[in-house]
Design a protein around this ligand. Structure first.
Ligand code: IVH
Length: 701
């Protein structure tokens, strides 16, 4: 008997069965391409082809209404308007998060946590961006999206299922196909799954929408968050369907019919394989110190994101401990939000000095009457630039509001003009560099003033200090004072000179004895082996902080490849926007920078990610595509196996494919491979190739 579409027992006539199969194939293909487009941002087919598939499915569902289902991609256009939003009770309370506004608060959270952890537990942590959107709670029964709710008061939310169905990044069926032919990843699907995530709108989409509304004289929204919330709370899902709502999923709330997760990180990886969008800036750390470093760097050098975030969320990875740790009020003890935008205090602005940065930028610095802000005494704060001072009308002698956010340099927020005595003085940027006396210019369209002298010692000193800092090459003993001395004595004329310092040079300097000199040289020597991202950070490329450097190192794996990357290639990376992309390309184009790189390489500084010894990478440089069913492994296993040997697996055959591995019942890829002249391998031949290249004969279980 043929299986019926609805799962009931009536027999479907053979031609209807073919229709059902075509409908199913179309749905899988559409789900797959939808995923490529909206979740991976890497479409494989032109929109016109996607539209044709979609239209064919619509027509078939129109003609054969018995095959319509609520999880068909056609349902994403929005159903009938509703009268109200029914209330839904959450399966467990949707907790909120406590905040840490600075490093000290973050550390005291960890200290409290440590006391509550069972003895002997090594905690790990996951850090995620805190998305500024609207919480959504998504329910899946047997892999089908059945209910979606807002957070409401945490206990009860509103049922906005029809609206959420229109969100293209939200999977309607799990798992989402990983191949055009509808092949599903080999993962268990729970009988019941509830996940939590954040619906949001990208800034550019928000602005385009408002622009259009303005043109039509209609209502605009105040910010992307309101826009997302307003769009999801539409009684007519057809309206929601036309709004560019996106989704990040960050939590498994409930899982039935599967072992519970013991690691939050693993839970997120699992959600990713099911086809959920999981934020790529999510990181796992095994030490709390690393968490702190990451958080501090993140707020100081925030990546260029297309959407708003309001900090980071730090979660204990050990999910099995969550329940016993419990919560305080509405906040779980196992997580905390690290927020940017913190505490304030009032003090007097005594003077404004100018600091010359490593890019030559002149930054006005407020010299303050010392004041406590968030538990720390502050006596200096940034004033950003001259425009900021003019716009806020900040004068020397003013009482000012000072703010500290995270561990970012404190800033002067605004003056309190009502407290003026009349003795306050207006300040303007000097016309000469306070360090070298060279001319100061302000390039067209920029707010910053620069010292024109590219060998201005102030710039070099700051560059050296940055290069050697904890967050970059971590050279102990090479702080700002030593950098000043080495530059002043002419021992360092560019960054690479750090690696050419000799004992006798150091011994000639004031205050240097043999022990100190040897220690510094030793620290410099050790820094040669630092991971690639530290070197990338240290180079001091504008807008490239630790976080971006890590992304770049992971993507390009060597300075050489990074240096050759085009702006387009950089822009294709999540977390890299036009500002960073342009800055990177420009940096590597400068002859003086190329010279520094050559000198660094010659000095023996590691310029690439450490790769396992060549014999462990027998498939390095080869790209495989798999078609049909393999006898000894699932596709996922084959992929893991190939990748563990240094090879790559992609989904579609192109001229760049090295081999197509052909299993039982191959699909259209075989034909494509033949057309392009890509060599094919049977499963057996594939294993032979691996053995010939010195790899293992079978994958490790
Ligand atoms: S975890 C109990 N993770 O922030 C766990 N929340 O202030 C609580 N949010 O209502 C949620 N990004 O809407 C978590 N990566 C993330 C988040 C996140 C944004 C929101 C969420 C929550 C609010 C708490």
């Amino acid at each position: 008997m043929v299986e019926s579409a609805r799962g009931s027992s009536e027999t479907v006539a053979p031609d209807l069965e073919a229709v059902r199969r075509r409908i199913e194939a179309l749905r899988r293909a559409i789900e797959y391409h939808n995923y490529r487009y909206y979740v991976l941002d890497a479409p494989e087919i032109p929109d016109s082809v996607y539209d044709a598939l979609f239209r064919e499915l619509l027509a078939l569902e129109e003609k054969y209404p018995q095959f319509r289902t609520p999880d068909s991609p056609t349902q994403r256009v929005g159903g009938a308007p509703r009268e109200e939003f029914p209330k839904v009770r959450h399966p467990v309370p949707m907790l909120s998060l406590a905040n840490a506004f600075n490093e000290a608060e973050l550390r005291s959270w960890y200290q409290r946590l440590q006391k509550l952890l069972p003895p002997g537990v090594q905690p790990a942590f996951v850090v995620e961006p805190k998305i500024d959107g609207l919480t959504v709670v998504l329910h899946y029964r047997d892999g089908r999206f059945v209910l979606g709710a807002t957070r409401g008061d945490g206990l009860e939310g509103e049922d906005i299922t029809p609206n959420l169905r229109t969100v293209k990044q939200l999977p309607l069926r799990l798992p989402v196909p990983r191949q055009e032919d509808g092949t599903l990843p080999q993962v268990p699907v729970p009988t019941y799954l509830v996940v939590r995530g954040e619906a949001y709108v990208r800034r550019a989409d928000f602005e385009a929408f408002n622009e259009e509304q303005r043109r039509r004289g209609e209502r605009t929204f105040a910010n992307p968050r309101n826009f997302a919330a307003g769009s999801l709370r539409q009684l007519d899902p057809g309206v929601t369907a036309r709004r560019p709502i996106r989704l990040w999923v960050y939590q498994v709330v409930l899982v039935e019919g599967m072992a519970p997760f013991t690691s939050h990180w693993e839970a997120l990886q699992y959600l990713k394989t099911l086809g959920f969008p999981v934020n790529p800036l999510t990181r796992r750390f095994e030490s709390f110190e690393a968490v702190v470093q990451y958080c501090l760097d993140f707020v100081q050098n925030p990546p260029d994101l297309e959407y708003d975030i309001d900090g980071l969320v730090i979660k204990l990875d050990n999910m099995d401990l969550w329940e016993t740790l419990g919560y305080v009020g509405k906040d779980p003890r196992w997580a905390i939000a690290f927020k940017v935008g913190g505490e304030e205090a009032v003090t007097r602005l005594l003077d404004i000095t100018v600091q010359v940065g490593r890019t030559g930028v002149l930054t006005p610095v407020a010299q303050l009457e010392p004041v406590q802000v968030g538990g720390v005494v502050v006596s200096r704060a940034t004033l950003h630039n001259e425009d900021y001072i003019i716009e806020k009308d900040i004068r020397i002698g003013d009482h000012v509001i000072v703010q500290r956010a995270g561990e970012v340099i404190p800033q002067v927020v605004r003056p309190l003009p009502e407290l003026r005595t009349g003795d306050e003085r207006i300040w303007r940027m000097p016309s000469r560099c306070p360090v070298c006396g060279a001319e100061v210019i302000r390039p067209e369209g920029e707010v910053a003033y620069y010292c024109v002298n590219s060998s201005c010692p102030a710039q070099l000193i700051r560059s050296v200090q940055w290069f050697a800092s904890k967050g970059a090459m971590n050279i102990e003993g090479l702080g700002i004072r030593v950098a000043e001395q080495l530059v002043a004595e002419g021992l360092i004329r560019d960054l690479a000179d750090i690696y050419y310092l000799r004992l006798e040079d150091l011994l000639r300097l004031e205050g240097w004895k043999e022990k100190r000199a040897r220690n510094l040289l030793q620290a410099i020597e050790e820094s040669k082996e630092r991971p690639l991202w530290r070197l990338i950070t240290g180079l001091g490329i504008k807008f490239v902080g630790q976080v971006t450097a890590q992304t770049l190192a992971a993507t390009f794996r060597s300075i050489e490849r990074l240096a050759q990357a085009s702006e387009e290639a950089l822009l294709a990376i999540e977390g890299i926007g036009p500002k960073i992309a342009q800055s990177v390309v420009t940096w590597f184009r400068q002859p003086q920078n190329q010279k520094v790189l050559t000198k660094l390489r010659q000095a023996g500084v590691r310029m690439a990610e450490e790769t396992p010894a060549p014999e462990a990478q027998p498939l390095a440089g080869l790209t495989f595509v798999i078609t049909g069913t393999l006898a000894t492994m699932s596709r996922e296993e084959a992929k893991t196996f190939i990748e563990s040997l240094g090879g790559r697996v992609t989904n579609s055959v192109s001229r760049k494919t090295s081999y197509l591995i052909v299993g039982e019942n191959p699909g259209s890829k075989l034909q494509k491979a033949r057309q392009l002249g890509v060599p094919t391998l049977s499963e057996e031949a594939f294993f032979r190739l691996v053995r010939e290249r010195g790899g293992p004969s079978v994958p490790n279980p």
